[in-house]
Design a protein around this ligand. Structure first.
Ligand code: PEP
Ligand code: MN
Length: 263
């Protein structure tokens, strides 16, 4: 299997000067959804000042209810890329439909496959044929084996730039949105050479837990974190309850840099 340590010892994915899977923890942050150019610019300015490495923002949103905001679509992609270029910060956004690949491919730096699409094998195969990093989120209730096999689908087509993302799984526990599988991070580090990013936002659904679980994930071996943050978390158009504000994001980044130094 291409995902195993037998195939390769370590994968480091470079985006300009940035390394994912290198010695320093990577911080991916931004709002759940792109809402407007003005709001995203304000958020991105703060992100840049806070030391965020990659700006995230959803334009195609996989919402549980079809009545909820579905994202700005291509308009959102254009906004994200305009602001990424303006601020010289790499951008990541989710691709849900293979028909949007052509529109997105030259604009974004990393394509995210959301939890709901981890089993979308035609999409994974298409993403295997491009030369662009793919952040693959663990399926809502995927086993580690299924998760790794989905990464294998991408790699088998030729694209070895795969980043795994642990974003919590469904268990009987329902006080939190999902159960963050910290042990899977440590285990995946033993099993695969691919970088692993932790997403405490979707894993817990609770903003009060983001700081603790970010630190915990990095201590378990994660190569970085993906955190939803906004200038006004309570007025975010989606996932507000798990979205943190910029001062808390800054504290987390400071702690992670410190952790990198001592580990
Ligand atoms: C997201 O990153 O906004 C998202 C929808 O994540 P997930 O696919 O993990 O639910
Ligand atoms: Mn979200």
């Amino acid at each position: 299997y291409l995902v195993t340590k037998q195939h390769k010892d370590k994968t480091i994915i470079s985006i300009k000067e940035l390394e994912i899977g290198g010695n320093k923890s990577v911080v991916i942050s931004g709002p759940c959804s792109i809402e407007s150019e003005d709001i995203l610019r304000k958020i991105a300015l703060d992100m840049k000042e806070s030391g965020v490495d990659i700006l995230r923002g959803g334009a195609f949103k996989p919402r549980t209810s079809p009545y909820d905001f579905q994202g700005l679509g291509r308009v959102g992609i254009d906004i994200l890329c305009k602001i990424g270029n303006e601020m010289d910060i790499p951008v990541i956004t989710e691709i849900m439909d293979v028909r949007e690949l052509e529109y997105m491919i030259d604009k974004v730096d990393i394509l995210q496959v959301g939890s709901r699409n981890m089993y979308n094998y035609p999409l994974l195969k298409e993403l295997g044929r491009i030369d662009k990093p793919v952040l693959l989120k663990r399926g809502l209730s995927a086993t580690i084996k299924e998760f790794l096999l989905s990464a294998e689908y991408i790699m088998l087509e030729g694209n070895e730039k795969v980043i795994l993302c642990e974003r919590g799984i469904r268990t009987y526990e329902n006080y939190m949105r999902n159960t963050m599988d910290i042990a899977s991070i440590a285990l995946l580090k033993e099993m695969t050479h691919l970088p692993i990013i932790a997403d405490p936002s979707h894993a817990t659904g609770k903003r009060s837990l983001i700081e603790t679980l970010s630190k915990t994930a990095v201590a378990a071996g994660a190569d970085g974190v993906l955190i939803e943050a906004h200038i006004k978390p309570d007025s975010a158009w989606s996932d507000g309850k798990q979205t943190i504000n910029i001062p808390i994001l800054r504290d987390i980044i400071r702690t992670l840099y410190y952790t990198d130094e001592v580990m």
